[in-house]
Design a protein around this ligand. Structure first.
Ligand code: SAM
Length: 267
């Protein structure tokens, strides 16, 4: 999926802007500081941090998937940043020394980690005292029809994308602010704050929306790509029907979206 995420990085940046703003205001990176971006994908959050830390600081751009790290490297280096290191890191086993970073981010990734509590404890370990952790996850399916419609359309035709999205590691496993709060507090963070932040997912028409979101969602794309032409057409038509209220008279699509943002400090 790394190529698709890279290709759509401008769209991801634009639609993620209000969420990025929330995270960056809480993280408030210091010039000269060292920051860890977990599950960085194509590196949007790493770039925002690198701009703040300046050349005397450092961002460790990381992801579980080596291809994602390489995609981020290409993008960040061509943007001219030299204060970024690149590392393959599983958030459940962060290979960095204790107390070695001033802050950490995990935008739209913590909910995908099978043991999110372990990942939070690992972040706590690598933060220095007073270090900050800022995350974003997706709110529930009713708040995010841009993604839930595709899963529902597949399920309606007996093609379940597999796995319960509310169980650990599922897309909606951290979809409630109180669950995120409990997770951060139980892991040992203090000064915990949570919020919901709205954004929008526009598209020039339904077809553009459908193909882009499939490109960005590996599990859904895997199921959809395995369908016959007739099955795929039927699933897409169900998606089109469900999306009708988000399509304007001019054919343009605009889906609401909502993130759950969370923040905590290491004591
Ligand atoms: C939805 S993408 C978000 C990418 C980027 N943070 C953004 O907001 O644009 C989630 C990322 O988390 C990564 N990821 C999933 N599980 C992970 C884990 N256990 N440790 C680190 N990264 C993980 C995925 O490889 C993927 O790149």
């Amino acid at each position: 999926m790394a190529d698709a995420w890279l290709a759509h990085s401008a769209y991801i940046d634009a639609t993620g802007e209000p969420i990025q703003k929330w995270l960056m205001e809480r993280l408030d990176p210091n010039p000269g500081g060292t920051y860890l971006d977990l599950g960085a994908g194509p590196g949007s959050t790493s770039i925002a941090i690198a701009e703040k830390t300046g050349s005397s600081g450092k961002v460790i751009t990381s992801d579980l998937v080596p291809e994602m790290v390489e995609a981020a490297r290409g993008r960040i280096q061509s943007a001219g940043f030299t204060n970024v290191d690149y590392q393959v890191i599983d958030a459940q086993k962060i290979e960095l020394p204790d107390g070695s970073v001033d802050g950490a981010t995990f935008r739209f990734g913590l909910m995908l980690v099978p043991d999110a509590a372990l990942a939070c404890r690992e972040v706590l370990r690598v933060l220095r005292p007073g270090g900050k952790f800022a995350i974003a996850t997706w709110a529930g399916p009713d708040r995010n029809p841009w993604v839930s419609i595709i899963g529902l359309a597949l399920t309606q035709h007996g093609k379940s994308p597999g796995g319960n999205p509310f169980e650990p590691g599922g897309l909606f496993s951290l979809s409630q602010p109180e669950v995120v709060r409990d997770l951060l507090e139980a892991s040992g963070f203090i000064e915990v704050k949570t919020d919901t932040v709205a954004t929008e997912m526009p598209a020039s028409d339904f077809d553009e929306y459908w193909s882009r979101q499939l490109d960005l969602a590996a599990p859904l794309k895997a199921v959809f790509s395995s369908l016959s032409d007739e099955e795929a057409a039927a699933v897409k038509q169900s998606g089109r029907d469900m999306a009708a209220s988000f399509i304007g008279a001019d054919g343009r699509a605009n889906f609401p979206a909502e993130a759950v943002c969370g923040f905590g400090v290491k004591p």
